[in-house]
Design a protein around this ligand. Structure first.
Ligand SMILES: Nc1ncnc2c1ncn2[C@@H]1O[C@H](COP(=O)(O)OP(=O)(O)OP(=O)(O)O)[C@@H](O)[C@H]1O
Length: 387
């Protein structure tokens, strides 16, 4: 790009377009790699043979490629003993997560240890992707599998350049999506997966079709072309096994997911006292009872926590009734906070299983932060991510 005679926007775009027309989706501009989403699988670009080619090749000697970026970071770290960071940024749907996976694939190839038994750190980092995607990705207008959280993966290396530990840190999970979605978007994948689980699991969590749940049926998009939620459920369970989440823990996780769906179906009507509220009807009472069972808490306490507010002042606490609108808001607030705690728990669990190397002085971090989006109505959470 820097060799263009006139470096201006039309020239840059024309260059990218003509390269894209020749299936050259990557272009350098100085040390930066520009990736244009091909929207088709190009397996020949990412196989072992390609990784062998880029290994140790001078930067710029071969065609632009994420492997070249990862190789450069690895070499700089090894030659100068300085930790490196790679920032992957772009609009939603641009291909950041795919590029991040390729960077990780190459770093795992260079720094991977051959384990005699068990799974290596690099395998576990790569295998944590499907779990995080099930709980942190959703269909948006631009991307059927959009990451709704930022992710910083830190790979720790020993003196020989072998991966000795890793940590995954996540940022800014989009909590509002748990309770509020609009056409043609979807909520987080895990909700639909669980509604499409084998009958015995659906029975255990008292679930039915996804379209029965308020947190899912606000949008007409329930099924996704090319994604079979029932096989994704099985695949996610398998991925959870691999990252060391026991079957009891998996049951607890899905209990919470199901409880959130039931909670969302609890509607409120005005109670007998002024400005008070109660579950609207038998249906709401059933969902409240089921949510309490799944959360393993007392039904009455759950109802009170939704329909009343406790204000603690110095020395005393005051209980105030909430009207039906305010009760619905506190229901949504509870769903959001529980889901985001569940997500944080998953990330912690994955980190514990992968294992850290506190002695490591050489790190490569890859930051994949979710992309800019501009809607008709922009919420505070989306604008704070986008700025
Ligand atoms: N290099 C690639 N090869 C093949 N397909 C790609 C590539 N990059 C992106 N895609 C396709 O584009 C889709 C969107 O890419 P990706 O999820 O990486 O976008 P993103 O920038 O991370 O978006 P978001 O910010 O919404 O999470 C992928 O699901 C995949 O189908």
């Amino acid at each position: 790009m820097t060799r263009l005679a006139y470096l201006h926007e039309p020239g840059v775009l024309r260059n990218l377009k003509s390269r894209y027309g020749m299936n050259e989706i990557y272009t350098y501009t100085g040390n930066i790699l520009i990736a244009v989403n091909p929207f088709q699988r190009l397996p020949h670009l990412y196989n072992d043979h390609m990784m062998e080619m880029y290994k140790g090749a001078e930067f710029g000697e071969l065609s632009p490629h994420p492997f070249a970026m990862a190789d450069r970071a690895y070499r700089l770290m090894m030659n100068y003993g300085i930790s490196q960071a790679i920032l992957v940024s772009g609009e939603s749907g641009a291909g950041k997560t795919e590029s991040t996976k390729m960077l990780m694939q190459y770093l795992a190839f260079m720094g991977g240890k051959v384990e005699s038994g068990g799974r290596s750190v690099q395998q576990q980092v790569l295998e944590s992707n499907p779990v995080l995607e099930a709980f942190g990705n959703a269909k948006t207008v631009r991307n059927n599998n959009s990451s709704r959280f930022g992710k910083f993966v830190e790979l720790q290396f020993d003196q020989n350049g072998k991966i000795s530990g890793a940590a995954i840190r996540t940022y800014l999970l989009e909590r509002s999506r748990v309770c509020q979605i609009s056409d043609p978007e979807r909520n987080y994948h895990c909700f639909y997966m669980l509604c499409a689980a084998p009958p015995e699991d659906r029975e255990r969590y008292k679930l039915g079709d996804a379209s029965l749940f308020h947190y899912l049926n606000q949008s007409n998009c329930i099924k996704l072309d090319g994604m079979d939620d029932s096989s994704e459920y099985i695949a996610t369970r398998r991925a959870m096994d691999i990252v060391g989440i026991s079957s009891d823990e998996q049951d607890a996780i899905f209990r919470v997911v199901a409880a959130i769906l039931h909670l969302g179906n609890v509607e409120f009507s005005e109670g007998s006292e002024a400005d008070s509220s109660v579950p609207k009807d038998d249906k709401s009472q059933f969902h409240l009872r089921t949510a309490a069972e799944l959360f393993m808490c007392d039904e009455k306490s759950l109802e009170e926590s939704l329909c009343k507010r406790v204000m603690v002042t110095r020395g005393e606490s005051i209980v105030r009734n909430l009207d039906s609108r305010a009760a619905a808001l506190s229901r949504d607030a509870l769903a959001r906070i529980v889901y985001s705690r569940l997500f944080d728990w998953l990330v912690n669990k994955i980190n514990t299983t992968i294992g850290q190397d506190p002695t490591s002085k050489l790190l490569i971090g890859v930051l994949d932060i979710y992309g800019f989006e501009s809607f008709k109505t922009n919420r505070v959470s989306s604008s704070s991510v986008s700025t």
